[in-house]
Ligand binder design. Sequence first.
Ligand code: NI
Length: 272
Amino acid sequence: MLFDTHAHLTDSRFDDIDEVLDRAYDAGVRSVLLATADVDESLRSVALIGKHASHRLNLYCSVGVHPHEAKSFDLDSELALRNLLDASVENRIVAVGEIGLDYHYDLSPRETQRDVFKSQLEIAADYKLPVIIHEREATKDTLDILIDFFGAGASEDRGVIHCFSGSVETARILVKMGFCIGFDGPVTFKNNRHAPEIIASVPIDKILIETDSPYLTPVPHRGKRNEPAYVRYVLEKVAEIKGLSPDKMADVTYNNALRLFRISPQLPFKEP
Ligand code: NI
């Protein structure tokens, strides 16, 4: 049983969404969380979940505005996100994200990114939801904001650092604060010498597996469009580094996702 905890399935490249969902199921995926990067994607993801409510997969989503889009975040965006959360049907919206800071592309002014990040941490707190955090080349400011908001003390399950690219030391601080660490296709790349060390350092109950579909395609499909079925390659790499069987690692990461996103194995959860 696999849980792809980060996929962008409303991307225009998924014009074959029915086949994509079927292939995911056939590959052992039982749940997918649609991560969203702006208000429009949040709306489309909620609609996609409604449209595919009868599929055997459990589909969930987050709502939020990515740091790239921070410059477009205004009061209307905040209202739109809160309206979606108020209307969340069967609690299918299980997180606020992806939110955070990206100083690599700097597509929005850094100060704006920080303000919008903090505003959305507030939204998540209001709805008692975990956060999905995107961080690139902004480790210090991200940690400062998170510590300022949550405190540096030990806690359970505040969110996930999606597609983690930081150091062992940063991972340690975040795990202690109650964050899970998300791993994606790049852990399968041969030239990624950093990943084994990071994976080895994170306790298994804090690991999530993600695809970030349609991006970050793992080996052996690198270069093609990514899709949730390929989360298996991420799982296998993580299991290998942890010295666990893929089945055991699948169970652990699946339960981590249920716990973090507070998905109860009651309705609307479909047992496999
Ligand atoms: Ni993403």
